[in-house]
Structures are given as structure tokens and as C-alpha cells.
Design a binder for this molecule. Sequence first.
Ligand SMILES: Nc1ncnc2c1ncn2[C@@H]1O[C@H](COP(=O)(O)OP(=O)(O)OP(=O)(O)O)[C@@H](O)[C@H]1O
Length: 194
Amino acid sequence: MVERAKIIFIHGASSSGKSTLARAVQAQIGAPFWHVSIDHLRDSGMVPMERFRRGDFRWKEHRARFFDGFHRSLVAYASAGNNLLLEHILEEPGWASELAVMLQPFDVFFVALHCELDELVRRERLRADRPIGSAADDFHRIHVGQCYDLELGSGQAADDAAAQLISAWSVRRSPSVFDTLALEARPGSGKSPF
Ligand SMILES: Nc1ncnc2c1ncn2[C@@H]1O[C@H](COP(=O)(O)OP(=O)(O)OP(=O)(O)O)[C@@H](O)[C@H]1O
């Protein structure tokens, strides 16, 4: 029998430290988790980034189906019993409910990674590999009205934040925030995202 997959979902603005935290969690946690991120798809060459940058193709025309496919791929991995350490940004208002419904069969722990605006802007400038302004744009939007199973600040060292996350995850409660979101999104609840 396939074991019910566990998903730890780290949600934070661009440059808040999601990848850094995910790597630290992956290094410390007592079971194997696959670190899943859009960054890996973009950086591996799966997406023809250069051609989008050159203007050969229009991202606007492909974005919705790219993210739909990414969200479905999470279900595919988890259905096979894989534990996932997901870092992602809920860029669209409907995505939280949509994902909650899709991931309902799994044990999802939803973590916010908060970072002060001036620190986000500083990190974004320093790394120079993200469009300037993305972090601030996320900062003002992505956490609005969102509930989490755990909220972390990104002012501490990633190893300490990872230890805190793992400790909270190991005593997580049911129903989780995603369980509640999925229930609210069911047809008839009046909050369906579809
Ligand atoms: N706890 C931390 N303290 C100081 N700097 C950090 C911390 N965590 C990450 N950083 C730095 O911030 C920058 C962005 O980190 P990271 O790539 O982990 O963010 P991210 O949220 O995954 O970004 P994106 O969503 O844009 O891929 C990196 O230069 C990283 O070294």
C-alpha cells in the first residue's frame, strides 16, 4: 500500500529565503523529502527561458498552463507516495483553494516565511538574478488574508528556522489549514474556486 505522502509547503515572497530554508530542512529532517520548486524547472533548462526573454514566445500565453501542469505534477509525485518539500509562491488569488482541493488526499503542512520589506529589497539587489520589484510586489500581496499552520520569520539563520519548522511539523495538528481550505472550497460551500 502507498503511504499517505507528507507535503511541507513553504510560502514566501521572492528572496524571502524559501530555497535556503528548504535545503536546510531537507538536510535535517528524519525522512527523505523531494525539494520541488519552479526554480529547478527554470534553471534545469526545462523552460526555454532565453527564447521567452528574446521575445520568440510570449510567457503570458503559456503561464496558466505551465502552472496548472506544475500543480498537477505535485499530485502525481504525492500519489506515488513521495514526500515533498514544496517551495512556491501563490501568485493568483485562487491558487490556495485550488491546491488545497488537489492535495486533499495528502498531509499538507503550510508554512509562511516572512521577511521585512527592506531586507527583501536588499537581498533582491544583491543576488541580481530576479527582476527588481518582484519581492516587493509579492510582499504586498501573497500573505494577505492567508492562514498558515506555522509562520516563520527569515531574520534567523536557515538552520535554526529549519529546526523550528521540523519541531512544529512533528507535532502538527489536524485539521490542517489546507484541510480547512479544501472543505471551504467544496461545491455548495459558496467558496468554490472553480
Ligand atoms: N536567513 C537568511 N538570512 C540572510 N540571507 C538569506 C537568508 N535566507 C536566504 N538568504 C539570501 O537571500 C537570497 C534569496 O534566498 P533564496 O533563494 O533562498 O530565496 P527564495 O525565496 O527561494 O527566492 P525566489 O522565490 O526568488 O527563488 C539569497 O541570496 C540567500 O543567500
